[in-house]
Design a protein around this ligand. Sequence first.
Ligand code: ADP
Ligand code: MG
Length: 247
Amino acid sequence: MSTSGTPLVVLDRVNKHFGDLHVLKDIDLVVHTGEVLVVIGPSGSGKSTLCRTINRLETFESGSITVDGKPLPEEGKALARLRADVGMVFQSFNLFAHKTILENITLGPIKVRGQKKDAAEKRAMELLERVGVAHQAEKYPAQLSGGQQQRVAIARSLAMDPKVMLFDEPTSALDPEMINEVLDVMTDLAKSGMTMIVVTHEMGFARKAADRVVFMADGQIVEEAEPETFFTKPQSARAKDFLGKIL
Ligand code: ADP
Ligand code: MG
C-alpha cells in the first residue's frame, strides 16, 4: 500500500456528460501501483460513472485516461483485454446464473486469456479457496448467499490477473451480517498489494485499508486526504456536511 511510486491509472481533465448533465468535471486523478483509493460522496455525485468510465463501460468527451501507460481502447480485442486488466466488482454481483461457480470463474480466463481448461480450473479453485467459497464450486449462484456470491465475483475478477480492481459499493446490497466477510476479503487483497479503487461508505474499511480518500460531490473531486485526516478533519463544507449525515 502506498501513495507514491508508479502511476497505474491516470485521469487527466476527464469530462463526461449525460445529455445536458455534466457528470464528471475536469477529473484529475492518479492511482499508483499498490495503492488503495477509497472514493466517497453523496448519491449522484458521479462515483459509479467514474468507475464505469475507467473501465470503458462509458465513453467520455474530453481529457484522457491511461491504464499502465496505455490509453483506453475504443473496441475490439484491445478493449476485452483492458476489461481484463481492470477488474470490476459491482453492487449487484452479476454472476452468470446458469453457470456453476467454477464455470463463472473459468469462463473469462479461457475465452479472453486463452488459458487451458485444466489450468483455469486449478487457478479458479485456488481463488475460491482464498475467498472461502471453494466448497461451493459446483453449485449455482442462486444457491449461495449474497456475501458468498460477492466473494465469488471478486474471485472471478482476480482470475483475469487484473492490474487494478474497481469496486462500486460492493457491500451495499448485502444483508448486514454478510458485509464483513466481503470487506475482509477486500482487506486481504489490499494487504497483498493489489491496486484498488473502492467506492464505499464503509468507514471501517477505509480507515483500515485505504491509503487515500477522495471525496466527490457534484461531478468534482472536492477533497483528497489520508483516511484518518479526512474523517477527523474534513476541510470543505460539503465533506463536513456529508460526514455529518453518515457518521
Ligand atoms: P453515484 O454513483 O455517485 O451515485 P452516478 O455516477 O451513478 O453517481 O450518477 C451521477 C449522475 O449521473 C446522477 O445525476 C445520475 O442520475 C446520472 N446518470 C448516471 N447514469 C446515467 C445514465 N446512464 N443516463 C443519464 N444519467 C445518468
Ligand atoms: Mg453509484
